[in-house]
Design a protein. Structure first.
Length: 293
């Protein structure tokens, strides 16, 4: 059984996916690889079978969304740790998986935020630990570059399917933090995220706002609920001055409020929420967090 499983959810990005898979099979620690083809119509499944016959392929006849697809991949995985990269990302170094596995130094580390770079925007490496000498803890990870403890991930129910698209990372990580587990900043060479031009900006605007509102409902303690709901709504509406984007984001706010009627509310404690916000502003060492207990 492989120690690591890489799960890639993909839809109609055949060429980008093949590059991602090439980087996976080049790792020094060879992982189990699972591709979840979420209803592609561009020959994705056929290409995976042709060029990477050892890759496990799960195919959907119709799209269910990448969040549900990642959950399905994690459930099917045999590895102790599940890695996930977007289908338009790739490992830039051959030892990224090996070095990330080494970052799981303690049982309380439930996830590793793997460093990544988006060259289309900048050369800045994100999610990178400022020190190699001790574990540094942050609040969440980027969906294109992370590894999770599979057993813990499944125990917590994985990502919430109700989010559909975007925002699943913070929601999962705050629930994980509530149970006493942390996200460690990674020390490996960065993953390269070559953001695909096929991304739907309207959909990203809508679900980005919808799920930011829904995050408040599902996770924020009662004593902070109203001010954070108000503040998040205002912030979401003032991100851009373009009329079309404002309209889409207004629909996102309404969509999030509507989901209040269908989604359960399981807020974290005040202590967890405050720590989550502190870690967002600045990482803390694991040693420091243990001393706080």
């Amino acid at each position: 059984m492989a120690l690591a499983t890489v799960v890639i959810a993909s839809r109609n990005r055949k060429d980008e996916l093949l590059c991602a898979l090439k980087s996976c099979v080049s790792q020094t620690t060879l992982p189990e690889i699972i591709v979840v083809d979420d209803g592609s119509s561009d020959g994705t499944s056929e290409s995976v079978r042709q060029f990477f016959p050892k890759v496990r392929l799960i195919r959907h006849e119709r799209s269910v969304g990448y969040i549900s697809s990642r959950n399905e991949g994690a459930l099917a995985a045999s590895g102790e740790y599940v890695f996930s990269i977007d289908d338009d990302a790739e490992f830039s170094a051959r030892d990224t998986i090996a070095e990330t596995l080494a970052d799981f130094t303690e049982e309380c580390i439930g996830a590793v935020a793997i460093p990544y770079v988006e060259p289309a925007y900048s050369d800045e490496v994100r999610q990178f630990s400022p020190t190699q000498t001790e574990a540094m803890i942050t609040n969440t990870f980027k969906g294109t570059a992370y590894a999770v403890d599979r057993k813990l991930f499944l125990k917590l129910g994985g990502f919430r399917d109700s989010l559909l698209h975007q925002g699943e990372e913070s929601d999962y990580c705050i629930r994980m933090l509530e149970q006493g587990y942390y996200v460690r900043l990674g020390t490996a060479a960065p993953i390269t995220h070559n953001e695909s031009p096929k991304r739907n900006s309207v959909r990203m605007d809508y679900y980005g706002v919808r799920n930011a509102i829904l995050f408040i409902w599902q996770n924020v303690p009662a004593s902070m609920f109203v001010p954070f709901l108000f503040g998040t709504t205002i912030r979401c509406m003032t991100w851009t001055g373009r009329p079309r984007r404002i309209f889409v984001r207004a629909l996102g706010v309404l969509g999030g409020l509507f989901e209040f009627l269908r989604s359960s509310r399981e807020p974290v404690s005040n202590t967890t929420f405050c720590l989550f916000r502190e870690l967002r502003k600045k990482p803390k060492s694991l040693r420091e967090l243990k001393n706080l207990k």
